[in-house]
Design a protein around this ligand. Sequence first.
Ligand SMILES: [Zn+2]
Length: 604
Amino acid sequence: MALRALPREVDLLPHIAFVSKLLFAACAAAVLVLPATKAKPKTTATTAKQSVSRTQNRWLFFTSDMTDPKQVDQVIARFPAAQAAGYNGVVFSFDVAKEKAAELKSAARRYGLDIICTVMGGAHDRNYVEGIPVKDALYVVHGGTAIHQPDNPTQVQNGDFEATAGDKFLGWGWQDDVGVTTFADHDVVHGGKTSLRMESIAKNANGLCRIVQPIKLQPHRQYHISVWIKTEKLSPAVPEIKVLTNTPQNCVSWQTFHVDPTQDWKQVDLVFNSFDETAASLYLGFWGGKSGKIWWDDLKVEEIGLVNVLRRPGCPITVRGEDGMVYREGQDYEKIFDPQFHPWIPWRGASPTIKLTADSRIKNGGRLRVSYYHPISIYEDRISFCLSEPKIFDDWREDVKRANELLHPAGFFMSHDEIRCMNQCAQCRSMNMTAGQLLAWNVRKAAAIIREVRPDASIWVWNDMFDPQHNAVDHYYAVNGTLAGSWKGLDKDVGIVNWNGGLMGKNCKFFADLGLKQILSGYYDSDENGASQVVYMAPASRNGWTKPNPSPASPAPCTQPGRRNTTPCPPGPRKPGAPLGGNGHSLRSQCWVNLEQLLQAEDQ
Ligand SMILES: [Zn+2]
């Protein structure tokens, strides 16, 4: 579920976890999930409507920004067709524009649609994102201000790509296909006289085109990578910068970035934490490149300090002199904060400074060691929230109550998915749990909050973080400790929404054996305005699954997202604007075929 894509320039409110870039819900499928395993496929909305059972959940999932009244109107406008197509539930964010709530609720009732609210996507205060520790960053005092100073500065050799021997760049340890796909370009440059050009990458059988060099790191420090990039008809336009390590985690920098297929020189800024590494390999390039050109120039890797520093109880800051003297905030130095704080914007040009108070005990020229916590992005803009701060649960309780008062939903959908940074801050570490235990503890508390407010409502959660065949594994991104055992936090009254179509049903048994009800997720469906996700239920029982009928005349199956692939299916046959349920096909009926295969696999 790529549902945690967060807009970068908006305030961090809980609803945002479900406001993806795809803001508008789409038309859904007309082919229904029917309860009978041997029923003839029904293709008309009328007969299907008569056949559906209320014991099955056939939900239409909206990713709309429900705080926007216009988008609420667009959601409501889909209800008649959703009912006609056999849906009996709609899922959307709890955070609904207050003035539209009554209308939304009554429209859902009129069209026989249960409301399921997504909740627990995040905290109300963006300081409550998960923080990675920085230990003993060096700050030196100059005239009442302490300024960050990298110690043992990380050196990138030939980062300006000026030193060459033919097409080979000096100082770089490895360069794929010198003079075939990687070139020294003396005509197109950002600075100096030379840049690195990569082109026609398909000449490499594996689509690999990389330049690599070893770099030294100070452990537990914050780093900034900056490079200038120009492109021309680049396909696919997915260059990557990786900082890889010889550890089971394999990596300390998961942040990706966007480039256009054709663009003039633009600067890319990434921020990572070195964790406990002293050395790594810096990679620039492609894993699966094809055609077009890209130029790289003026690369820099530098240690930075206090960028997006988090201020919350579980992320304490300590400032001490190199003689061990511990200084106090408010007494020796003014409150530390990043004036440009925004977890979704990793770098805004400078490390914050520390202002000393008038009567500070810190002397001019003093060398300070500063420890603090900062967030990291996984992929372009995915940030995870802390799982253990008490305030998180207060926020969630408030959200559930708000949803209950405005909409009285039939169910609540907990947004515990794709949590890629976990168990890192002081508060989380003080729990002395593995990441799996911590997540189990968190989700148990989360379900208890829902029951406290609404004992009769159903509770649902995505499968991925609780699934040993999906994300509940060892060495998962920036997760500290194994995620195994996270599923122990789920009781039989929490339902699983299983979106791993890539496993073709192989993970269904795991949750069935735990006694959990399951919904099989039908994946993305979209129209000209954006996307929604269609979710179907295959009723759970220990004896297997009720098989839905396949879409008639469906095209060939498509590949569904796997563990790290959240790419939507390709566009289907439906024309933009065609009425919902009008032609007997899903917008992406390929996906229905895949769902069918998934269930067949489960039957065997
Ligand atoms: Zn935490």
